[in-house]
Design a protein around this ligand. Structure first.
Ligand code: UT7
Length: 330
């Protein structure tokens, strides 16, 4: 493996779904309150995509924006990696749809990674490995989720949390010392049942019964996930920084998966990185799973909050339980 190749992010983009569903709207749908949602999660509203838009449409929009920023064309991409748990359909991959919708005709490999809310970091890690081994040069990595279509709007435990959206980056082989310094990936399978869509797979194939029993919607044991989230995300953040010989004080920007402000506040305290360094938009998007990091990263980049040579720390955790980190010299 050549040590001279680095993986540098040269473009970011996002798809911001048009529709807005506020906490007050939800008060009319389930037994909840704006106060409960705000205090327990930090979410005020979430985005909802129009009915005729698919997960791959949002992703393609995000990739096109990222290509523009990178100054690249669709056929310059030689790999498309898509993190999603709410793809267009089980077969084929959403990444294949993205290739078509961005207008690429170079037949580059395109595939999905399934790591729930950590899907973007998993995808970034795969891209980094392909680029550093010389097997790919320019990769589009996307996180895209249409969570509101997998939501039980009769279940207040979940329907107040999630939203739709997509974010993307273009990463390319680079000879400078800037780029992805490390990625660390983890899975703890002792909690697979804590966050799942139980119906529609080989275990419970779709049937009138699975539909009647609402098995095709997201189910979450929020408290169980919350308990491990703070520890696993904090440990991952500290490991990433230490592995590269830095201290937490050196981190300039944290681009974290946003599920709950209380989780992020606890991580911030535990690892001693002030919340002001976190790129946050949970209040307006809700939890967008794999899209949460690339959307907030894109907003931070476009608002000029990320400068050349800044140390950017990414951390995410979701169903699996799968989680991970990436440390990037921007
Ligand atoms: O993104 C992937 C990873 N996911 C996460 O990281 C999510 C982690 N978990 C969480 O963020 C939190 O656990 C939740 C936001 C999901 C829930 O917050 P919580 O403080 O853990 O609440 P809880 O589940 O312990 O429920 C507390 C109470 C319950 O009532 P009782 O049993 O105490 O009477 C719930 O029934 O709050 C009730 N509750 C609600 N009340 C009003 C649950 N959902 C709602 C709601 N509105 N929407």
């Amino acid at each position: 493996m050549s040590v001279d190749i680095n993986t540098r992010i040269i473009g970011t983009g996002k798809y911001k779904a048009e529709g807005v569903l506020t906490n007050h709207d939800l008060e009319k749908m389930v037994d909840t309150s704006d106060q409960w949602i705000t205090e327990r999660t930090g979410i005020s509203e979430r985005r909802i995509a129009p009915k005729d838009v698919a997960t791959s449409d949002m992703a393609a929009g995000a990739v096109k924006e990222a290509l523009d920023m990178a100054g690249k064309k669709p056929d310059d991409i030689d790999m498309i990696i898509c993190g999603t748990v709410t793809g267009d359909m089980p077969l084929p991959s959403t990444a294949a749809m993205i290739q078509k919708k961005i207008g690429a005709s170079n037949m580059c490999p395109a595939f999905d990674v399934s790591a729930a809310c950590a899907g973007f970091i998993y995808g970034l890690s795969v891209a980094d490995a392909f680029i550093k081994t010389g097997k790919a040069k320019t990769v589009a990595i996307v996180g895209t989720e249409m969570l509101t279509r997998f939501m039980d709007f009769e279940d207040r435990n979940t329907c107040v949390l999630f939203g739709d959206g997509a974010g993307a980056v273009i990463a390319t082989a680079d000879q400078s010392d800037r780029g992805i310094l490390s990625t660390h990936l983890y899975t703890d399978s002792s909690l697979t049942a804590a966050l799942q869509i139980p119906g529609g797979g080989s275990l419970e194939p779709a049937s009138a019964e699975t539909i009647a029993n609402r098995r095709h919607f997201i189910q979450m044991e929020g408290r169980e996930v919350f308990k491990v989230a703070v520890k696993y995300l904090s440990d991952a953040a500290e490991t990433a920084v230490k592995a590269n010989g830095y201290s937490v004080d050196d981190v300039n920007v944290v681009s974290a998966h946003q599920a709950n402000m209380r989780i992020l506040s606890a991580v911030s305290k535990r690892v001693n990185i002030p919340l002001e360094k976190f790129a946050l938009n949970l209040k307006y998007y809700g939890n967008t799973s794999s899209a949460s990091i690339p959307i907030s990263l894109d907003e931070a980049v476009r608002e000029g909050k990320v400068s050349e040579n800044d140390l950017v720390l990414m951390i995410a955790l979701g169903g699996g339980i799968s989680w991970g980190s990436a440390l990037i010299k921007w």
